[in-house]
Each structure stands twice: as C-alpha cells, then as structure tokens.
Design a binder for this molecule. Structure first.
Ligand SMILES: [Fe+2]
Length: 135
C-alpha cells in the first residue's frame, strides 16, 4: 500500500509522511520477524486480506480521480484506513505476546504500535488540512 501511495500522492507534506512511514515499515517488518522467531513461529509474507483488498480498491479508484488535490484527500484517507487496520492487528499481536510472556517482543510490538499511531495521527491531520483546502 505505502509504495503505491508514495508514487500516487502529489502533495509535498503527504508525500513526506508516506515516505517516512515507508522507511519505518521496513523496521516494523524486521521487528515482526524477530518477534515471530522468538515465539517459535515462521512469519509469512502474505498480505493481510483486508489490507490487500483495500490496496486493490485504492489502486482502482485512486488513478481515476482527475483532480490532484482531491486525489490526495483520497490517498490520505486510504493511508489512514490502513493504519487503523494495522493498529488493530498490533493490539491483537500484543495481547498474544503478553500471554506468551515474550518480554522483548512485547516491547518491540509496543514500539511499532506507537509508530503506527503516530503515522495515523499525521495522516489524519493532513487529511483534514487537504480536505479543508477543497472547501
Ligand atoms: Fe503503518
């Protein structure tokens, strides 16, 4: 989702938010691999189906919006929706990690969830700003 968003957005601030979070996400993947291995499980690279569907929908719709400013509102909303799904997933993973008493794994997941929440906050603020510009 983020690489597609990064290519699609035209606004400088939104592009910066997406690019920064794309870099963070690479670290998130490394942390998840570490947590899964600590739990004795092999991580899968399959996309979570709701995010995969959201990305497909975004790509279908996003490219057909002729106005760049309106398209960026759509991109920001799609990004925010993705972050909400990720945060919910981290809530569940954290509950499991705490149950399994994964120690460092819990801290890694908490750190990632905080960064996901921060990204959501930035996307929501930018979404509001971009939408207000259209009024
Ligand atoms: Fe994220």
């Amino acid at each position: 989702m983020l690489p597609n968003l990064q290519k699609a957005v035209t606004g400088e601030t939104l592009h910066g938010i997406v690019s920064e979070h794309l870099e963070q996400t690479k670290e998130h993947v490394a942390r998840l691999e570490q947590v899964f291995r600590a739990a004795g499980a092999e991580p899968s690279s399959n996309l979570y189906p709701p995010v995969e569907k959201l990305a497909q929908h975004h790509d279908e719709i996003g490219g057909s919006i002729p106005d760049d400013r309106l398209a960026d509102v759509y991109h920001a909303a799609a990004g925010a929706t993705t972050e909400r799904i990720e945060i919910a997933s981290y809530d569940a993973l954290l509950a499991l990690a705490q149950t399994l008493d994964l120690g460092d794994g819990v801290q890694l997941l908490e750190q990632t969830r905080k960064e996901e929440r921060d990204a959501l906050e930035k996307l929501e603020a930018e979404l509001e700003r971009l939408a207000a510009r259209l009024a």
